[in-house]
Ligand binder design. Structure first.
Ligand code: MYR
Length: 131
């Protein structure tokens, strides 16, 4: 289960990923220490998400397979949806400003929540531990 609070523990290639996303050096340096915490609550095909970081606090709801809007901390707007495939939560989002796709996968690996990101040929991971 994805349910519960998660705190980011480490990241892989996240700086390169953000660079590919067009995020400047100063914001990338801040984002490297964003202390991201996400709390996930699944009820059937509905999820409630609480996101807390040094940048912001926000809560959102989504339903598997239903498109919703999401803005990154720098204001970049995405539109897309999550789907469950086996034990994987797979997200596919499109940037509104350039039409490029960002895909992301959440999975539990050895009691950690591993979130992988892919955008424009660059991949990254952020790995969360139960908080
Ligand atoms: C959620 O389930 O947490 C809300 C929807 C998330 C949409 C996809 C998030 C992609 C985040 C990319 C972060 C990298 C910023 C350069």
């Amino acid at each position: 289960t994805f349910n519960g609070p998660w705190k980011v523990d480490r990241s892989e290639n996240y700086d390169k990923f953000m660079e590919q996303m067009g995020i400047g050096l100063v914001k990338r340096k801040l984002a490297a220490h964003d202390n991201l915490k996400i709390t996930l609550e699944q009820n059937g095909d509905k999820f409630h998400v609480k996101e807390v970081s040094t940048f912001r606090t926000l809560e959102l709801d989504f339903t598997l397979g239903v498109t919703f809007e999401y803005s990154l901390a720098d204001g970049t707007e995405l539109s897309g949806s999550w789907a469950m495939e086996g034990d994987l939560l797979k997200g596919s989002f499109v940037r509104k400003d350039n039409g490029k796709t960002l895909t992301t996968v959440r999975q539990i690996v050895d009691e950690e929540l591993v979130q992988s990101y892919s955008y424009d040929g660059v991949e990254a991971k952020r790995i969360f531990k139960r908080a």
